[in-house]
Write a new protein. Structure first.
Length: 108
């Protein structure tokens, strides 16, 4: 999709540069600008998706670590491991919430 949008935008910019008609040039340029806006949005969505996926992988790894650690630990070490897990998962939740709020700010 990104390659298609890039190619279309480039073709429209080329058409704008080659035409002698000022009205056609403006139309071509507005169309190219609109496609550039779509490209920008597409890239932001892809980046947000990648960050969310990375955060999910991190959370899964933390949960796996906790599962193995908690089966081996007893006593005060268990509490320290639980505190560490809680901190990491809370950090992940906060980062995910910030990620959800950020696109809303961009639209406003």
């Amino acid at each position: 999709m990104e390659e298609n949008l890039t190619a279309r935008s480039a073709q429209l910019s080329k058409s704008a540069a080659e035409t002698e008609d000022p009205a056609a040039r403006q139309s071509y340029q507005r169309a190219a600008d609109a496609l550039e806006g779509q490209l920008d949005h597409f890239r932001r969505v892809r980046r947000a998706r990648e960050r969310a996926l990375a955060r999910l992988h991190e959370d899964v790894a933390n949960l796996e670590r906790a599962r193995f650690s908690l089966t081996l630990l007893r006593g005060p070490d268990c509490a320290a491991e639980l505190d560490l897990l809680h901190e990491r998962l809370q950090h992940g939740a906060i980062a995910f919430e910030e990620l959800e709020v950020a696109p809303t700010r961009v639209r406003a």
